[in-house]
Ligand binder design. Structure first.
Ligand code: NAP
Length: 250
């Protein structure tokens, strides 16, 4: 359990995995700064939340990474030093190389999935922004970064960049007492995956279910490992990739 003094930032807080993390942390008594770009979705998050007084809404579009590190510092000046950061904002685009996969499209994916995410982590790792020992950063990567899947070259590469960055960052900030890890989910039913029309096709669902020994994922399946990595239960784990995919990558 947490208290109001335990402050977490969650990006991608308006939907899917990020939203699940926000609601769980509030449920456990923490203070949560929820970052989203859509006012209506942020307001409906507040309506859904219990412990509403512990939820702070911050509206920000993360499609431009510039200045995000300083922005995080300004947030901590307002609300206090942070215990944790969960980086869940991300986009996926299905673009095969012949589609064509343009440099512009690849940059768009990298801007949000890698550059903005890393700039926010940079802001958090500034010693003025975090509580030091006991603080934890979690990047939401994907099994797409370790397992081939046609049509998602840019997305997979942007998540692979996260995995690599996590290891070096973990080493750099270990002396500050900050742990850094990546969670690699498999297919989880959220708004992101609902954009795939095939998901509503029975045959496709059957095929997907066969790939997942424990069945395809629900948001709640990913929350437990994230909460574990935020907690002291994992205080000797850093620089790691935790695969959460119902056995799909076996
Ligand atoms: N679902 C899966 O199967 C799966 C599997 C592996 C990894 N992941 C990763 O898990 C993370 C969460 O995915 P999800 O499935 O929960 O997806 P989701 O439901 O689509 O949520 C994505 C979140 O990112 C936010 N976001 C996107 N672009 C943004 C921008 N430019 N500025 C600010 N916020 C932005 C969205 O905001 P809006 O609500 O405003 O759009 C939303 O809150 C992502 O990084 C994704 O790559 C998901």
């Amino acid at each position: 359990m947490y208290t109001q003094k335990d402050i977490f930032i969650v990006t991608g807080a308006t939907s899917g995995i990020g939203k699940g993390v926000v609601l769980s942390l509030l449920d456990k008594g923490a203070k949560v700064i929820a970052i989203g770009r859509d006012t209506k979705k942020l307001i409906s998050l507040k309506k859904e939340a219990i412990n509403k007084n512990n939820l702070i809404l911050e509206e920000k579009d993360l499609s431009n990474c510039r200045g995000l590190d300083k922005w995080i510092l300004s947030i901590t000046k307002k609300y206090g030093k942070l215990k944790g950061l969960i980086l869940s904002a991300g986009i996926q685009q299905i673009i095969p190389i012949s589609s064509p996969l343009s440099v512009e499209k690849s940059k768009e994916l990298f801007e949000i999935n890698y550059f903005s995410t890393m700039q926010i982590a940079k802001g958090f790792c500034d010693r003025r922004a975090n509580i030091g020992k006991g603080s934890s950063v979690i990047f939401i990567s994907s099994i797409a970064s370790i397992r081939g899947n046609a049509g998602i070259i840019g997305y997979a590469a942007s998540k692979g960049a996260i995995n690599s960055g996590v290891k070096s960052l973990a080493l750099e900030v270990s002396k500050l007492g900050i742990r850094v890890n990546a969670v690699l989910p498999g297919f989880v039913k959220t708004e992101m995956t609902s954009q795939w029309k095939e998901i509503y096709n029975k045959q496709y669902l059957e095929k997907l279910n066969k790939e997942y020994p424990l069945g395809i994922g629900k948001v709640e399946n990913v929350i437990g490992p994230i909460l574990f990595l935020l907690s002291d239960e994992s205080k000797w784990i850093t620089g790691n990739e935790i695969i959460v995919d119902g056995g799909a990558s076996l």
